[in-house]
Design a binder for this molecule. Structure first.
Ligand SMILES: C[S@@+](CC[C@H](N)C(=O)[O-])C[C@H]1O[C@@H](n2cnc3c(N)ncnc32)[C@H](O)[C@@H]1O
Length: 214
């Protein structure tokens, strides 16, 4: 899969993050729960905005296929975070299996089954995977229809223009909650879906219980 679009996107990504993004990061952190001592893998860490919010006591592997994004992310994080420049659809870090995986708006492959299968295999027999995925088309972000809280949002509009340019270079698939639920249950024991980032994203929590506890 080509990383050209995302790699260029990394140059301007932080200029266009705003309150929706900050709320989304808060929601994702809340969904992840206590990360103290946890082995956490982040798929698609980007420029490290979420990565920098993990506690220093978590053992983090942050994966991205944009070298420019990783360069920026390194500046925002500490030694507990190790970076992997790789396409997570092709390969994943191998030394150990994580307790938790988080993929914050990074699994855009059109085949959701492929994305969830990769998360499931990488997690192994137990653990949690949390996906934040856009629930709205980017065009809707700028209208009050999205959450009823905002009027036309100029910053979000400019940000969306940035997105359009980038959409030429990578797939950006949206999925219904029903689809997350149905495919999620094929690979995980429990699927819980809530909304996040002022209703602009789904927060999909996928759990596998250890066999002994079943
Ligand atoms: C929209 S950004 C999200 C960044 C960050 N998680 C956030 O929410 O701010 C998506 C990131 O996922 C990365 N990404 C997308 N597909 C990937 C893949 N197949 N392998 C590795 N990284 C990928 C992109 O390079 C980009 O940095």
């Amino acid at each position: 899969m080509s990383n050209t679009g995302w790699n260029l996107n990394a140059l301007v990504y932080d200029l266009f993050t705003g309150k929706v993004d900050e709320q989304l990061y808060r929601d994702v952190i809340a969904a992840l729960g206590d990360l103290d001592g946890i082995k956490l893998d982040e798929f698609g860490c980007g420029t490290g905005n979420l990565t920098s919010k993990f506690p220093n006591t978590a053992k983090v592997r942050a994966i991205d296929y944009s070298p420019l994004a990783i360069k920026k992310a390194k500046q925002k994080t500490n030694e507990n975070v190790v970076f992997f420049l790789m396409d997570f659809y092709q390969e994943q870090p191998t030394e150990y299996q994580p307790d938790v995986i988080v993929a914050c708006r990074s699994m855009f492959h059109s085949d959701l089954s492929k994305s969830l299968e990769i998360l499931s295999n990488h997690l192994g027999d137990q653990g949690v995977a949390v996906i934040a995925h856009p629930s709205k088309n980017w065009r809707e972000y700028i209208t009050p229809k999205v959450n009823g809280r905002r009027k036309f949002d100029l910053i979000q509009f400019v940000k969306s223009i940035g997105r359009v340019a980038n959409h030429f270079n990578f797939p950006y698939s949206l999925f219904s909650t029903e689809k997350f639920e149905k495919i999620g249950k094929q690979y995980f024991d429990e699927v819980k879906i809530t909304s996040a980032g002022y209703n602009t994203h789904y927060l999909v929590v996928l759990k596998k219980e250890p066999i002994l506890n079943k």
